[in-house]
Ligand binder design. Structure first.
Ligand code: PLP
Length: 247
């Protein structure tokens, strides 16, 4: 079942790459495993998946500890409070949801010396909603410059969670704005190589507009179950709504 869904998501990514005349390996799949158990992550790893994304810190730390025996790559994609930065700096390979300098500074200071630099994407609030997540497009250049100069981080690119939208043309128009912001930054910071955009409902549009990493939860694992045993109390429907639809 999980294997079937995995194959069909991979196929979806492949055909989107073909339509956009892009190399299949130019788009990475991040499996968003929030609210899912360590056993399901194990199953997906057996299918060939190595990169997993988590939103809720305590829940993620429990799974990271339970899955130490597997060579997994962990991505933090949820909102970040300052008192959570140390554990993120110590336990994760990537962070996608940094939207202010204070958080980036702490991650840089707290990244252990024996680990490689922490890969980081800046989250940009592209739909300009009431949401507090993501910096504004106007703040972006200065923030990117400052973050790129921090020692224990490797600034890789941008992450965006557009407002939920079912019309493919509108999805594309929003992702195109993120791509334009990225291209403007690349003129100054040519090392940027990651556009983290696209989820279960809009990954085709995101790939058509240059996404290099799609974050997929529901299409792989099915609807999220917030009451399942083993998931953390931080995971609740209210938090999820804000994370996925950026309301
Ligand atoms: C939950 C989540 C996803 C996955 O969303 P799906 O619609 O389930 O694919 C992707 N990105 C972020 C930031 C999320 O919080």
């Amino acid at each position: 079942m999980l294997a079937d869904k995995y194959d069909s998501v991979r196929q979806q990514i492949l055909s989107a790459c073909q339509s956009g005349q892009r190399a299949p390996e130019s788009v990475q799949l991040l499996a968003v495993s929030k609210t899912r158990g360590a056993d399901e992550i194990r199953q997906l790893h057996a299918c060939g998946q190595t990169a997993f994304g988590e939103n809720y810190l305590q829940e993620a730390l429990d799974k990271i500890a339970a899955l130490q025996d597997l060579p997994l790559e962990w991505h933090f994609i949820g909102p970040i409070q300052s008192n959570k930065t140390r554990a993120i700096a110590e336990q994760f390979d990537w962070v996608h949801s940094v939207d202010r300098l204070k958080i980036a500074r702490r991650l840089s200071e707290q990244r252990p010396d024996e680990l490689p630099p922490l890969n980081l994407c800046l989250q940009v609030n592209i739909s300009d909603e009431a949401s507090k997540s993501g910096c504004t497009p106007e703040e972006l250049p200065e923030l990117a410059r400052a973050v790129a100069a921090l020692p224990r981080l490797r600034l890789r690119g941008l992450m965006a969670i557009p407002e939920a939208e079912t019309d493919p043309a509108r999805q594309r128009a929003t992702f195109a704005r993120v791509r334009t912001l990225m291209e403007a930054l690349q003129a100054e910071l040519p090392q940027l190589d990651t556009l983290s955009m696209g989820m279960s409902g809009d990954l085709e549009a995101a790939i058509a507009e240059g996404s290099t990493l799609v974050r997929v939860g529901t299409a792989l694992f099915g609807p999220r179950n917030y009451n399942s045993a083993g998931t953390n109390s931080e995971a609740n429907p209210g938090a999820d709504t804000s994370a996925t639809t950026n309301v």
